[in-house]
Design a binder for this molecule. Structure first.
Ligand code: SAH
Length: 252
């Protein structure tokens, strides 16, 4: 299941700086979120907003709704997420963006979701947080307060990733056990040939090599490549064993 970005809106509660509104519009647009609501902005200077939004996010600004209070802005939403930099100061448990987004994926199929962001200096008040069904905190080093638009970006990015089709991701074929075993046979011989492992007890020496290679999850093509290297080692060693006047590099 994918997140439905059509049902996601960004709500800025009492932002102080028009530049932040513009930068939020841009971040939303970058990540495929088109709905932006602003509640009681201190300054809504469109020139300053557009400067940060760039022409790409003009439509987000053009369609932006301005509301007088948070209650009214949130009226049509079914699920409301509060964002806060402060940890532990509220009763509700806070989750990180990735876990939040996992929770939002099914909800976003049929419900409108608002992500609410607070004022630059003081964030959301406890009163604002009363509307929220979930609270999210972006983990940081000691200094936990992000710039408003950057906080929007982190959440919007996670949502965007969750909205892309996972089946579109290329998954290569992993090697079958029989391919791996044939590779280990050849590798054992090659490593013994160059005295990397003790031919008396090769399995013992191969244990850590196996552990290392199995951890990677080798692909079929990679197994072919390693087997090619083994055959080349074999060929090379036997070439060298012959009394040639000078060792030659294959292909020269
Ligand atoms: N001192 C305020 C910081 C306000 S920053 C506070 O403690 O919340 C402005 C807004 O950006 C916040 O209200 C919140 O919506 C968002 N924000 C900033 N840092 C964040 C973080 N680490 N996690 C989640 N949201 C954050």
């Amino acid at each position: 299941m994918k997140a439905n970005l059509e049902n996601i809106a960004i709500v800025l509660n009492k932002p102080s700086f028009p530049e932040n509104i513009g930068a939020v519009a841009r971040a939303a647009k970058n990540m495929g979120i088109r709905e932006l609501l602003v509640v009681d902005p201190y300054n809504c200077d469109l020139t300053r907003i557009y400067r940060m939004a760039t022409h790409w996010a003009e439509d987000v600004v053009l369609n932006m709704e301005v509301h007088a209070n948070l209650r009214e802005a949130l009226a049509s939403f079914q699920f409301i997420v509060g964002t806060t930099a402060r940890r532990g100061s509220h009763r509700q448990t806070m989750i990180d963006p990735r876990r939040l987004v996992e929770q939002l994926i099914p909800i976003s199929q049929k419900n409108r979701i608002a992500l609410v962001f607070g004022k630059e200096d003081r964030g959301l008040t406890n009163e604002d947080l009363r509307y929220c069904h979930a609270l999210v905190t972006i983990p940081t080093a000691e200094f936990s307060s992000l710039n408003l638009a950057q906080a929007v970006m982190v959440l919007a990015y996670e949502l965007f990733v969750a909205s892309t089709d996972p089946s579109g991701v290329f998954v290569p074929r992993l090697a079958k056990s029989e391919e791996l075993e044939a590779m280990y046979d050849e590798l054992t011989k090659a490593l013994a040939l160059i005295n990397f492992i003790n031919p008396e007890n090769p399995e013992y020496w191969m244990t850590s090599v196996r552990r290392f290679l199995n951890r990677i999850g080798l692909r079929a093509r990679e197994v072919k490549m390693i087997r090619g290297i083994c055959r080349q080692i074999d060929w090379f060693c036997h070439q060298r064993a012959r009394p040639l006047p000078e060792a030659r590099v294959k292909g020269e």
